[in-house]
Design a protein around this ligand. Structure first.
Ligand SMILES: C[S@@+](CC[C@H](N)C(=O)[O-])C[C@H]1O[C@@H](n2cnc3c(N)ncnc32)[C@H](O)[C@@H]1O
Length: 275
């Protein structure tokens, strides 16, 4: 049996009772460590906090393991009960559907335990979840790679008056280019995109494309560490948000579409107050 268990957004206490019961009865417990980050981080300390609560060892599954060595997880799930833990909700990231499909094709029973996700926690700012268009991901630009397909998606959303959730790049355990050439993998230090970097890249693309999809004056909402005790939520123009230090990861950004009066009333609570 494969249990896919959402951990929620804050810390180890956000697992549901149903999720905790599942984890406690499993023979092996993996935690996915590349599409998110628990508020206490995935340090050895963080893992031992989880291990203490669950009363069993937790195996860190990085992108290589989940994408290249999923067989290991699946063959364990064929023979015994295995839990695969995901920060947020298991389906708040596109990557985990593949594991479910593979398990089902092998005839392994899958049980999903849901939890809060960034996809619904953004509702706290007052913008209606019903009024969002396609979610976009903003990858880190490099000297030679500056993908901008998100621009057309924001354009389509804004043409329909819809809000856009921008998920910001997470680079954990990425092999360095030199090590790939040499055939022996060495890894870059982890990198998490900030709201400031995301807005910088968005404005650069707007400048190149010049179709006035958004500007420095466009109203956005920046979120940091949603679901944690020190979460930060600020509404303001791109220009204003670029000047704010949102602190440690994770960050995400919403570009507003047309706003309804009730949405505006709620957003006012998060606007930068000037005396
Ligand atoms: C693949 S998504 C979501 C993953 C997770 N499974 C979920 O359901 O929330 C990962 C991205 O969501 C955003 N994100 C995730 N958790 C967040 C949090 N607590 N606060 C702010 N942004 C967050 C970040 O931009 C991050 O790069």
């Amino acid at each position: 049996m494969l249990y896919i268990v959402g951990l929620g957004l804050g810390d180890e206490r956000d697992i549901t009772l149903r999720g905790l019961e599942a984890v406690k009865q499993c023979d092996m417990v993996y935690i996915e460590a590349y599409t998110s980050l628990l508020s206490f981080g995935l340090s050895s300390n963080g893992l031992s906090t989880l291990e203490k609560l669950y009363g069993r060892p937790v195996i860190l599954a990085d992108r290589e393991m989940v994408e290249e060595k999923a067989d290991e997880i699946l063959s364990a799930a064929r023979a015994s009960d295995v839990a695969f833990l995901v920060v947020g909700d298991p389906f708040g990231a596109t990557t985990h559907t593949d594991l479910v499909v593979r398990a089902k094709k092998l005839g392994i029973a899958v049980i999903v335990v849901h939890n809060a996700s960034v996809m619904n926690a953004i509702g706290i700012c007052g913008l209606q979840l019903y009024r969002y268009g396609e979610t976009i991901s903003i990858p880190f630009f490099t000297e030679t790679w500056r993908p901008d397909s998100f621009y057309e998606k924001i354009q389509s959303n804004r043409n329909l008056g819809l809000h856009t959730l921008c998920l910001l790049d997470i680079r954990v355990k990425e092999p360095t280019l030199e090590s790939l050439c040499r055939g022996k993998k060495q890894y870059e230090p982890p990198k998490f995109m900030t709201i400031k970097t995301a807005i910088g890249q968005l404005l650069e693309v707007e400048q190149t494309k010049g179709e006035s999809v958004y500007s420095e004056d466009t109203l956005c909402v920046g979120f940091a560490r949603l679901g944690s005790e020190d979460q930060i939520i600020v509404a303001g123009s791109m220009r204003e948000l670029q000047l704010i230090d949102f602190g440690p990861p994770l960050h995400c950004l919403v570009i507003t579409g047309n706003t309804h009066p009730v949405e505006e009333e709620m957003l006012d609570f998060y606007k930068i107050k000037r005396d």
